[in-house]
Ligand binder design. Structure first.
Ligand code: GDP
Length: 288
């Protein structure tokens, strides 16, 4: 899926979410574990004000284990209930349920004081495009088909799925867009693989990726491409291109290294995760 930049579309989605959120106790926000801040939209905090909050670090299977742990601690320190998941895997409903109960503790207590027992927690899933919302909802609902968009004629009541005895879910996720205007955010989102390649400045991104991996994941470059980069060497970029091209037997183009093919190879391995588990948002920058 490609992220498209339609301001009208976004405004409409935000308005729909504002309405839906009134009907729920809990907002389950999916973020991409490889860039957990860039893949959020800060509007969620005002949209979900007063609701129970859960953050799920999705696609945790593609992110660095060490970084996952740091990000979990970070979001917990911000007062969220947090869990890392792979939305494609068998739903960790039990663990999720514990998190939900904790996030909605006050609501459950309030119900009890009013004599309302066992009213299920109602939740909605929100997140940016491609973060895994439909995969997650379908997994929880135990079904294959994707239900997307607000279907005309389908009432809200019909759009609610009972997932467990004490847990209900809207089958339509709320969509929010990342802040593409911020260049760091746009770059990190680009590295998650959901933006059309042909609109990206791939040459610049390639330099960034190589520098970042050399700094934080040198072992991975060594394992994948047998590559060691010395960033102090003014020729490091050309040498890296030549090295990867040779290693992967990329044919010469008019007697020279085919730079475009090297770039494409590296990005396709980043997007499908075969490069290894990488978190693009520098977790060392997380401070309180
Ligand atoms: P949505 O736009 O937020 O509804 O995202 P989708 O549910 O359509 O997922 C986008 C893509 O990410 C699909 O190709 C999914 O198979 C994939 N995906 C979703 N969750 C995970 C996950 O936890 N790990 C991995 N590796 N891929 C995932």
């Amino acid at each position: 899926m490609n992220i498209q930049w339609y301001p009208g579309h976004m405004t409409k989605a935000k308005r729909a979410m504002k309405e839906d959120v009134k009907l729920v106790d809990l907002v389950i926000e999916l973020v991409d574990a490889r860039a957990p801040l860039a893949s959020r939209n800060p509007d969620i905090d005002s949209l979900a004000a007063g609701k129970g909050r859960v953050i799920l670090l999705n696609k945790a299977d593609l992110a660095s284990e060490k970084a996952n742990a740091v990000w979990i601690t970070y979001f917990e320190s911000q007062g969220f209930q947090v869990m890392k998941i792979d939305a494609r895997a068998k739903a960790t409903l039990k663990q999720l349920n514990a998190l939900i109960q904790e996030a909605c503790k006050e609501k459950i207590e309030r119900d009890r004081r009013r004599g309302i027992l066992n009213r299920p927690v109602r939740a909605m899933v929100v997140g940016i495009p491609n973060v895994g919302k439909s995969t997650f909802i379908n997994k929880l609902a135990n079904r294959k088909a994707t239900v997307t968009g607000n279907k005309p004629g389908v009432t809200k009541a019909q759009q609610i799925i009972r997932v467990a005895k004490d847990f209900e879910l809207f089958d339509t996720p709320g969509v929010l867009w990342p802040k593409f205007e911020d260049e760091h955010i746009a770059r990190n989102i680009a590295l998650l693989g959901s933006i059309k390649q042909d609109i990206l400045p791939l040459d610049d991104l390639f330099v960034y990726v190589m520098t970042y991996l050399t700094k934080y994941y040198p072992d991975l470059l060594k394992e994948r491409y047998g590559l060691e980069i010395d960033l102090d060497d003014s020729d490091w970029l050309l040498k890296a291109f030549d090295h990867i091209a040779q290693k992967r037997k990329i044919k010469l183009l008019r007697g020279e290294t085919d730079y475009d093919r090297v770039i494409q190879l590296v990005f396709s391995e980043i997007y499908d995760g075969s490069i290894g588990k990488v978190t693009w948002e520098d977790y060392t920058c997380v401070k309180d």
